[in-house]
Ligand binder design. Structure first.
Ligand code: NIG
Ligand code: FE
Length: 420
């Protein structure tokens, strides 16, 4: 297929990962075109160049009508599989209750756990499948999906098995992460050392089973006030690493705990949230290959002081940290699957430029998932994953906030969504 008439073909060719000033280098080709063969990108250039290309002969033409084309978004942090929304809590938050107050009163993650345990794999799959279609409609072609609403061996394994079935039965690429250490489940909360006992269960039973069935690409821990301590997180993540699962970490969202330093020390692929980090954490991240994944959807949805206490994106970028953006799609803190909305928030609230936000949501996110070799940019030899937007200037994508301008999404060379 010869794809042509892209007003701007935003390739993101170049440095991987992007740090500092490089983050804004999008490598745009005006009146761009690309040739796709066997699901892969075979050539990238201007329309003029590619019409003369050897592969153009006999190729089917696809005219993008002067749209902007980006690499498909890589959403590197989602909690895809859950059983029910928590719109009731949304009203409580609006009335002034905090996320942590709601959690202490039995709502929050624990209420999602009760609902997931009562659901069947079939129900969970059907619900997630509906969301995946919408991710595709918004230009996302790869997403990471965490477990963490099961919190017992059976339900955690079931969630990861749902991730695997989804990865095999629909077009989006799914990277699976085990988040058994999301919170301490209710049945372990009675005794004093219940949290440590649950951590033992994760290390002795869940992780070995998950490793044996190769059900997770990564292991994550919610290391924060009200969840797990740095020592507990270390135990889980070191056990997982020995079993071949690299680390990700929910770090410094609600309180400063030292989770970011742990992420750097363990060589984690990503440290996510980071609203409460300090300058020493920023320096530690800057000197590492751990990606700082920012999730501004949480600030918007949680409101209150979360709305004004955002992650210091500018400082992180200027220090040379690898910055990525993700939706954190989940029923409690960020119920959005729109990466363009995340770009808008990153620009308006985190003061990232549209160019920086796009690189953070594509190539750097791909790097954080250890998949930058085949996704995250439009380059020869990579997967033909792309999204077309009904604009002529890429800056309009975050500019028109809350509007889905994506009109075509392609994964591995196949159109998986189109509305023109
Ligand atoms: O990334 N902070 C922990 N995990 C999720 C929230 C999950 C939930 O509330 O259901 C997050 O914000
Ligand atoms: Fe999360």
């Amino acid at each position: 297929v010869l794809i042509e008439n892209c007003a701007e073909l935003v390739t993101l060719r170049g440095a991987v990962p992007r740090r500092g000033r490089e983050l804004a280098e999008l490598e745009i080709i005006r009146d761009g075109a690309l040739i796709v063969r066997g699901g892969m990108i075979a050539a990238v250039g201007t329309r003029k160049e590619l019409r003369r290309h050897g592969f153009a002969r006999g190729a089917r033409r696809m005219d993008l009508g002067g749209r902007v084309v980006l690499p498909g978004f890589v959403d590197s942090h989602t909690h895809l599989v859950f059983a029910a929304c928590r719109a009731d809590e949304y009203e409580k938050k609006i009335a002034g209750a905090s996320y942590e107050e709601i959690a202490r009163a039995g709502g929050g993650i624990v209420s999602s756990v009760a609902k997931l345990r009562a659901a069947s794999a079939k129900e969970l799959r059907a619900r997630a499948l509906g969301f995946l279609r919408r991710f595709a409609e918004h230009g996302t072609t790869t997403l990471e999906a965490k477990s963490g609403y099961g919190l017992d061996t059976k339900s955690e394994l079931m969630t990861l098995a749902v991730n695997r079935e989804l990865a095999q039965s629909q077009p989006l690429e799914i990277v699976s992460t085990f988040l058994g250490a999301h919170v301490v489940p209710p049945e372990f909360r009675g005794e004093e050392n219940g949290a440590d006992e649950y951590v033992s269960l994760i290390c002795k039973e869940m992780l070995p089973k998950i490793a044996a069935k190769k059900l997770a690409d990564f292991c994550d821990v919610f290391c924060d006030r009200g969840a797990f301590t740095v020592a507990q997180a270390r135990k889980v993540l070191e056990t997982a690493q020995k079993l071949g699962m690299p680390s990700r970490l929910h770090a410094e969202q609600l309180a400063h705990t030292g989770a970011t330093k742990l992420a750097v020390e363990l060589g984690a692929a990503s440290a996510d949230h980071l609203e409460q980090i300090d300058d020493a954490d920023i320096q530690a991240l800057a000197g590492s290959n751990t990606v700082a994944t920012l999730l501004p959807g949480c600030s918007l949805h949680l409101g209150g002081e979360h709305a004004t206490h955002c992650a210091p994106a500018r400082k992180l970028i200027e220090a040379g940290t690898i910055v990525a953006l993700a939706t954190d799609f989940n029923p409690g803190t960020s119920p959005t699957l729109s990466m363009s909305m995340i770009l808008s928030l990153a620009c308006s609230h985190l003061r990232m430029t549209p160019a920086e936000a796009i690189a953070a949501a594509t190539i750097n996110a791909a790097y954080s998932l250890q998949r930058a070799d085949h996704i995250g940019s439009l380059e020869v030899g990579k997967s033909a994953d792309l999204a077309a937007f009904d604009v002529a200037d890429y800056r309009e994508i975050p500019y028109y906030f809350g509007v889905n301008l994506c009109s075509m999404t392609m994964k591995r060379g196949k159109v998986i969504y189109s509305r023109y």
